[in-house]
Design a protein around this ligand. Structure first.
Ligand SMILES: C[S@@+](CC[C@H](N)C(=O)[O-])C[C@H]1O[C@@H](n2cnc3c(N)ncnc32)[C@H](O)[C@@H]1O
Length: 325
């Protein structure tokens, strides 16, 4: 690899500004080099990463990031990957396109299966088509917080009658971060209206107590495993809430400083039973990016040990904090 290192980052199209702000605050040694919708590269003016340490780069506004190796074409990519020193025989290959329809067939070019599930510890070569004749390539290693699917794209089933996009959002989070849903588990869903996320949980056999002053989709409201508390989170005390809650989902459109405080206050009731919290943070102000770490710290202080903050493909100006024990 040449001495000057570059880092590539894929993001949700439209979230480039949030990504650049995050890099400016938390990784100032990475200097913007190239940017287009959904794909940004940075020159690394600090200590170079290698294929192990690159997993330490933990970016909330990335769907994929890694060490950038070079630009190529469909005709030359196999040779260029080899010439760059990447072990294309033994590393996994993820091939995807951003902002274009690419006909490049990586499986045929490399003569082996591509886009498989990449387990923790694997090294993955990323082939990213940015145009019909333009393939940018890099590599990353899979660690906690790094999704196992090419550019974090997963296929999920969405019920035809889903009352909101919340169904798709939560389905993607559950699949990308391998959250196990158990039939009969009780969930609290803060900010549940109109009911997309609650409906997904009900479809999976969970029980849900939804908290929201707004009106719910009737199918969710009348489901036998659903209870609606038509209240604001600030108005609730421990005595109002059910026992034996296993998970909390929160998607409340108020200032996250306030909603995190309220949800964690109520979650204290479940010190012994709670497995985790899935908490959506809307990024309506740039200052929320500065707060990324302090928001996470509040979950650590609560007693969670594993916390990641990430956007998922269907999140636009928002990201999710997933806190588990
Ligand atoms: C983005 S929507 C939630 C979408 C929902 N999760 C779904 O999947 O359909 C945000 C919700 O937060 C609710 N909300 C706003 N302030 C609230 C509060 N103080 N307590 C509880 N819910 C609140 C709003 O009524 C709104 O329904």
């Amino acid at each position: 690899m040449s001495q000057q290192q570059y880092i590539f980052v894929c993001t949700n199209p439209g979230n480039e500004i949030l990504l650049k702000e995050e890099i400016k605050i938390f990784y100032p040694e990475l200097v913007l080099s190239f940017s287009k919708k959904g794909f940004v590269t940075f020159k690394n003016t600090g200590v170079a990463y290698d294929l192990k340490t690159i997993s330490q780069l933990q970016l909330t506004f990335a769907t994929r990031s890694g060490i950038f190796y070079g630009k190529s074409t469909p005709e030359n990519i196999v040779n260029d990957v080899k010439a760059s020193g990447l072990d294309s025989e033994n590393f996994m290959i993820h091939s995807f396109s951003i902002g274009c329809e690419s006909e490049f067939d990586a499986q045929e070019a490399f003569g082996r299966e591509v886009n498989g599930y990449s387990a923790e510890g694997k090294t993955v070569i990323d082939l990213i088509a940015l145009g019909p004749n333009e393939i940018w390539f890099g590599a990353h290693s899979v660690a906690n917080g790094c999704t196992r699917y090419p550019n974090s794209v997963v296929e999920v089933n969405v019920a035809e009658n889903a009352p909101s996009k919340g169904y798709l959002k939560l389905a993607q989070i559950i699949k990308l971060y391998a959250i196990k849903l158990y039939k009969g588990d009780l969930w609290l869903d803060f900010g549940c209206a109109p009911g997309g996320a609650s409906q997904l949980l009900l479809d999976e056999g969970c029980k849900v107590v939804g908290i929201d002053p707004a009106k719910l989709d009737p199918e969710v409201a009348n489901h036998k495993n659903f209870t609606h508390m038509k209240r604001s989170v600030q108005d609730l005390s421990h005595e109002d809430l059910p026992e034996e809650v296993r998970w909390i989902h929160a998607d409340i459109n108020i200032n996250p400083k306030q909603s995190i405080k309220e949800v964690l206050r109520l979650a204290k009731k479940y010190n012994r039973t709670l497995k985790g919290i899935i908490f959506t943070v809307p990024v309506v102000k740039m200052e929320y990016i500065e707060n990324l770490e302090s928001f996470e710290d509040q979950f650590y202080d609560w007693g969670f040990h594993n916390i990641i903050s990430r956007q998922v493909p269907s999140h636009k100006k928002e990201y999710v904090i997933i806190a588990t024990r």
